[in-house]
Design a protein around this ligand. Structure first.
Ligand SMILES: [Zn+2]
Length: 342
């Protein structure tokens, strides 16, 4: 093995400017769309066919993003919009492309149902189930009080209304895009039923957030499904993907830069969580809430705008230890869940 083999490599050292399509393969362009958050961009892909284009992922529903898409597409016809998973930075403009361009929406069924449900579920204040979940995670009292008095982020704040109707992408399906056939493989953990597309007989992989190079996708538990095990789902998906994640693949990811070195990256993505779980079980030598576990899970305390992402992910790691018999959960009278090593 040479030194370069087994490492991640980035064929494009720099991303393209926001809103300026860059060709990465015959008939495939990379469009970088800005996001107003710490992770400041999402990668979208334009796949050209004779009679129009298929867009893969969209960015958030803002006037700036819509203008950027109009400029990038010019006179091209948008036939289809394919969404890898239901998170707002990926699905934000799907409904707009359907309504304004007559595009067909292709999505995994769970993702479409989640997106459609969440766009309709607008709340002025956090619902009681969400408050109970935050208490279960041990949210600091001042943060809890503040959140209870504020309008929460609503999915519909970043996602255009979604018309009824879509076309399902299912695991093991094949689809033709940009003159190539692609295998669809579903992942789990970051989002339920996350589509990845693998070029038949070629190196290209549209990875969404399931296959990212330098950042680890958030694995979170939410009030919608407090007993979920997204860390277990994630690890199982990585193990399944290892079967076809070969060295020759060029991944076009949902964030950061296209990369090769997928076998190494799959191992890293699993090891990140396995090592966090090992540190966590040591930390649980006495009962602790999820928010008391930021240091073993992330290596540091986390506050500010990242506090909520850290909470759902710390909870996911604690619950994975429960699901695998390595920890127990004790529910206190104040509603907090305290975890302790088994
Ligand atoms: Zn994303």
């Amino acid at each position: 093995m040479t030194k370069e083999q087994g490492a991640l490599r980035y064929p494009w050292a720099e991303p393209p400017a926001f809103g300026v399509p860059q060709t990465v393969a015959d008939g495939i362009e990379w469009l970088r769309i800005p996001l107003p958050m710490a992770l400041d961009h999402v990668n979208c892909w334009i796949l050209s066919e004779d009679d129009g284009v298929t867009i893969v992922d969209t960015g958030l529903n803002t006037s700036k993003t819509r203008d950027m898409w109009r400029a990038a597409l010019g006179a091209r016809r948008v036939k289809r919009v394919l969404v890898t998973h239901h998170h707002p930075d990926h699905v934000g403009l799907a409904g707009w492309f359907q309504a304004e361009f007559g595009a067909e929406l292709l999505m995994p069924r769970t993702g479409w149902l989640m997106a459609r449900m969440l766009t309709l579920d607008v709340q002025e204040r956090p619902v009681p189930e969400t408050v109970a979940y935050w208490k279960a995670a041990g949210m600091a009292e001042d943060i809890l009080a503040q959140r209870m008095s504020e309008r929460p982020f609503n999915f519909a704040d970043g996602v255009a209304p979604m018309p009824l109707g879509y076309t399902r992408l299912a695991d093991q399906d094949m689809i033709q895009l940009a003159g190539r056939w692609w295998h669809i493989h579903m992942g789990d953990g970051h989002a339920p039923e996350h589509a990845t597309l693998w070029e038949e007989g070629g190196p290209l992989v549209l990875g969404g957030d399931q296959l990212l190079p330098s950042i680890s996708p958030n694995l979170g538990i939410y009030a919608t499904e407090p007993e979920a095990d997204p860390v277990g789902d994630w690890l199982a998906s990585c193990e399944r993907f290892q079967g076809f994640a070969t060295e020759d693949k060029l991944v076009l990811p949902g964030h950061k830069l296209p990369f090769t070195g997928l076998p190494v990256r799959m191992r890293q993505m699993m090891d990140n969580h396995r090592h966090a779980l090992d540190r966590l079980v040591v930390h649980l030598d006495r009962p602790r809430t999820a928010v008391e576990c930021y240091i073993p899970v992330f290596g540091r305390e986390i506050g500010g705008s990242q506090y909520g992402f850290a909470l759902v992910e710390a909870m996911a790691h604690c619950m994975h230890l429960v699901h695998t018999g390595r920890a127990e959960r004790r529910i206190s009278e104040d509603g907090a869940w305290r975890f302790v090593a088994a």
